[in-house]
Unconditional design. Structure first.
Length: 267
């Protein structure tokens, strides 16, 4: 399966038409992905429901391929109230994110994506449990906060024991396609022993996706994005900290190419 992370309705449309099995809906992917607006989540839900109702998704895949059983893409939602790679949240920040889960849960999302660490980069068991409890019965992915934790194997087992059923990881490297990252993910798969789903993400493309299938992963994560240049602003003004002269949009062709590799067939 393929989860595509998106932060706009245009990207969601391109991802769905390209064959994405799941969408991770965010805002500000340039900042690593933040909690999206309720409006974007609602529009994405309308999109996948409309496609499921009016244009059943089929593929020329092998009979046992997941695509042939898929009714519509799943809609997963990031819960992360601010940027920053510490993932250590204050009481006020947690209150915000718990309210986000409560509000977005009412939109019938399929999954939440969350992660929290302590000031010493250990798993924040207390705050993770709060999110898991608020999300029930919606399942939760633990995101790439795992990649910056202090003790990965202890943290990994704690993530499983808490009740997360999926882990997004780059293998603790800038790209999941790095040789060291692939070896690390292999080790996680052995320790997991089917207790949790391991989803490689960061740098995953049609060029390396088969590696992850070959080592035993059943889902990968990618933005499949392309750069779109924006008009240059006058007077040297810019809004925000990201590159103000471009934005990134999911490319339908890139999604299709990646899905072709995962399915071993053409759409």
């Amino acid at each position: 399966m393929l989860e595509v992370c998106i932060d706009s309705l245009e990207s969601a449309i391109n991802a769905v038409h390209g064959g994405a099995d799941e969408l991770e809906v965010c805002s500000s992917l340039a900042e690593g992905g933040l909690t999206p607006s309720a409006g974007l989540v609602m529009r994405v839900q309308e999109l996948v429901n409309k496609i499921a109702a009016n244009k059943p998704m089929t593929a020329t895949c092998p009979p046992d391929c997941y695509c042939t059983r898929r009714l519509k893409p799943k809609v997963n939602v990031m819960i992360r109230c601010r940027t920053g790679s510490d993932f250590c949240y204050s009481t006020e920040e947690m209150a915000t994110m718990l309210s986000d889960v409560q509000a977005l849960k009412a939109l019938d999302v399929d999954r939440f994506v969350f992660g929290a660490l302590t000031a010493t980069q250990s798993l924040d068991v207390e705050n993770c449990k709060k999110i898991l409890d608020m999300a029930k019965p919606v399942p939760c992915t633990f995101h790439r906060a795992f990649d910056v934790c202090r003790d990965p194997m202890d943290t990994f087992n704690d993530i499983i024991n808490l009740g997360f059923d999926r882990l997004l990881t780059s293998g603790r490297r800038p790209s999941a396609g790095d040789a060291e990252a692939i070896d690390f993910i292999k080790g996680l798969l052995k320790v997991a022993d089917s207790r949790i789903e391991i989803m490689p993400g960061a740098g995953v493309s049609a060029g390396n996706a088969k590696v992850f299938i070959d080592i035993g992963c059943t889902i990968v994560h990618s933005s499949c994005k392309v750069r779109r240049d924006l008009p240059r602003l006058e007077f040297g003004l810019a809004m925000g900290t990201s590159d103000s002269e471009c934005l990134y949009v999911t490319d339908e062709g890139a999604v299709k190419s990646l899905k072709n590799v995962l399915c071993g067939s053409d759409w």
